[in-house]
Design a protein around this ligand. Sequence first.
Ligand SMILES: Cc1cc2nc3c(=O)[nH]c(=O)nc-3n(C[C@H](O)[C@H](O)[C@H](O)COP(=O)(O)OP(=O)(O)OC[C@H]3O[C@@H](n4cnc5c(N)ncnc54)[C@H](O)[C@@H]3O)c2cc1C
Length: 445
Amino acid sequence: MADSKPTRVVILGGGFGGAYLAQSLQKHARTGELEVIIIDRNNYFVFYPLLVEAGTGSIEPRHCTVPIRDFARKSELLMGEVKGLDVDGSTVRYRLIGDDRDRSITYDHLVVALGSVTRILPEDVVSGVREHAFEMKHMTDAVAVRDRAVELLELANATDDPEERRRLLHFVIVGGNVTGIEVVGELETFVRDATIMYRNLRREDCTFTVVELAPSILGVLPEHLHQWAHRELCDRGVRIHNGISVKEVHDDHVITSEGDRIPCSTVIWTAGIAPNPILSELAGLPLNRFGGLECEADYAAKGLSGVWGLGDCASVPGLDGKPMPPLAQIAIRQAPQLAANIVATVRGRSTRPANVHVQGILVPLGRHRGVASLKGIKVHGILAWAMWRAIYLLKTPGWRRRLRVGMDWFINLFCKRDYVQLGMLPASHREFHGRDQTQERDSVD
Ligand SMILES: Cc1cc2nc3c(=O)[nH]c(=O)nc-3n(C[C@H](O)[C@H](O)[C@H](O)COP(=O)(O)OP(=O)(O)OC[C@H]3O[C@@H](n4cnc5c(N)ncnc54)[C@H](O)[C@@H]3O)c2cc1C
């Protein structure tokens, strides 16, 4: 065994699922048993639960990124764009970032962990989203929203027309689930608190509207919690429209499904996610009707040997037979189970079915408030907010990053945020201007 060639595992995507899998594989395998190679367009992954706070200045953007080389030290990273797949020849085609030619690599086992993208409906269903709306999926998106907010505060401050000022400072968030509500809570805090710096602005000049198709916001939480969150946000002046959707997004207004015109200058689209569309370009993968990788209960791609799925892009049946939800807490706990199954297969043993379920949902609402439902504990207010912070601080990978995030939060208790622009282009807007977002590499300096 010691002299034989290691089994090569290639992981497509070094995000939550891929990076934790690489770590777990090294823990499960014997020395020299596996060669683990990650292909990701970035040399870091985003610790998503902190993304909105990074965008709105509670923490430094860099502090919610995790360098893959540091996190999965015994693995090799190829910083490149996945381009194609030949399942019969067990070969992946990729292009290193900054290079102009494709390369290929063979594998013994392949793991597809390419994550998800914001679900944007076709133009004939909802028009103007790609052109005019912001997303909240990439680091660049989070910082672009903050840049936009600062730009609008400056413009509004220089405007004499009160109606125009209110339009400039009207933010519409489409989608009232966990991400959308976190965004509105943090943005409301960021923008309204910033008005103190501007001579001509008052807190009341800023408006925040949530449009959610479902009958309530935060439908994933028990009724009394989402009702509490609704009341809390309304008390802070956030307008919530349930049971309607947005049909058209324009530069200076949106049109709802009821035909109402809402004047605004910023729309943030958080109405769902979809599996990474690159999967449809990877020939031979079994995809379901939503474009996700169809997997067996042990993470194996249906009908393929040596190909596995993980995280948001994979449809893996959970304990109840339904596909597991696209959450970081799921991807992180799928990773060691998949690692054990890959090692078992390499050693000629049988695999085990997935055994992961959602442990809880915690949503920060800004202003030291939140709602949380975790392992039967259901709380709201400052306790839920403190729980959210404590849990995600503990879950932040590595003690150095934990220390940095903890320091950012501590300093924020006493000092006001810096209302400055960081000058980033939103990934979503680059996509509209003809460069495919999924092919783009984020940059974080
Ligand atoms: C704003 C926000 C907040 C969230 N908060 C929470 C939370 O509080 N709790 C929770 O449980 N979940 C949360 N989630 C969901 C969670 O982030 C995802 O479920 C999790 O990241 C899924 O992991 P993954 O590995 O499948 O995908 P990802 O972590 O997205 O990783 C996919 C990787 O693939 C890479 N990639 C994609 N395409 C290519 C390509 N063509 N070539 C090369 N590389 C490629 C990407 O760079 C990325 O590193 C949040 C998501 C968002 C957007």
